[in-house]
Design a protein around this ligand. Structure first.
Ligand code: B12
Length: 220
């Protein structure tokens, strides 16, 4: 669809030029044009932010620019999230999910996309934010009577906290109360198996499919 391509291009450009207002405007256009919002996140925003990350690795841009690009993406994604939340509010709840980015890790975009897509697909989601200490994740899972604990880690150093949470749960004797889902750029299926998580997903779409298969519907 030509209109979609034009909107994706405006979204891409907003990230490349670090322009939050343009990101919001393009995201609003995506919503009013009725585009598939997950596809819009991937095609419009996620590709360019990863390219900025690569430019950062090559030292062509520096941390302040990467941060501005991420801020633009967050502003645009917030618009898409709001629209997705409204879709989710109309659905019957499938299960309760507590999600957060683990201790020491400030990356929140991917985690928020996963949280939003789960919510849009009928899950009750408690998003604990970023840099969440392991004990807080466990406390929140208990207090919300969660079925699923979902943990994001974008750094190879912080993914160790995904294991930490599982070990703490084992020590408390409550490990089997939860379906534990892990993800984030450095996380793999092999890592999920090594630490004794129940599932791993590469992206938000896969996360919904996996939970629908494994836990979805248990509360309905
Ligand atoms: C944007 C970005 C930042 C922004 C974050 C802004 C924000 N508010 O989130 C800023 C500039 C602040 C930043 C900071 C840093 N960053 Co950074 N960052 C990135 C970058 C370029 C993109 C991440 C992103 O948002 N992608 C877009 C989203 C949509 O994709 P995603 O996060 O991968 O999420 C998808 C999947 O992974 C999955 N997913 C994610 N979470 C979960 C959770 C579950 C449960 C499931 C199922 C799935 C899932 O689904 C998501 C949606 O489809 C990556 C590069 C990359 N290729 O990932 C580096 C990257 C992650 N950063 C890196 C580093 C090193 C840092 C810093 C340490 C840099 C520094 N020198 O200060 C700091 C970290 C500080 C800290 N303590 O956390 C490294 C990590 C290397 C490693 N393996 O350890 C990377 C890989 C860059 C690189 N190649 O070196 N970063």
């Amino acid at each position: 669809m030509a209109d979609a391509e034009r909107i994706y291009e405006a979204m891409r450009k907003s990230i490349e030029t670090y322009d939050s207002d343009a990101a919001v405007a393009a995201a609003e256009e995506a919503v009013s044009a009725g585009l598939d919002l997950l596809e819009a996140v991937e095609k419009g925003f996620a590709g360019p932010i990863r390219e900025l990350g690569e430019a950062f690795d090559r030292m062509e841009i520096f941390l302040p620019e990467l941060t501005l690009g991420a801020d633009a993406m967050k502003a645009g994604v917030a618009v898409l999230e709001k629209a997705l939340d409204e879709q989710g509010a109309k659905l019957e709840k499938k299960a309760t999910v507590v999600i957060g980015t683990v201790e020491g890790d400030i990356h929140d975009i991917g985690k928020s996309v996963v949280a939003t897509l789960l919510q849009a697909n009928g899950y009750e989601v408690y998003d604990l934010g970023v840099e969440v200490p392991s004990t807080r994740i466990i406390d929140a899972a208990e207090s919300h009577n969660a079925d699923v604990i979902a943990m994001s880690a974008l750094l190879s150093t912080t993914m160790l906290y995904q294991r930490d949470v599982i070990e703490l749960l084992k020590n408390k004797g409550t490990r089997d109360n939860y379906y534990i889902l892990v993800g984030g750029a450095p996380v793999t299926q092999a890592w999920a198996e090594e630490i004794g998580a129940n599932g791993f997903a590469n992206d938000a779409f896969e996360a919904v499919q996996l939970l629908d298969r494994e836990v979805g519907g248990q509360n309905s």
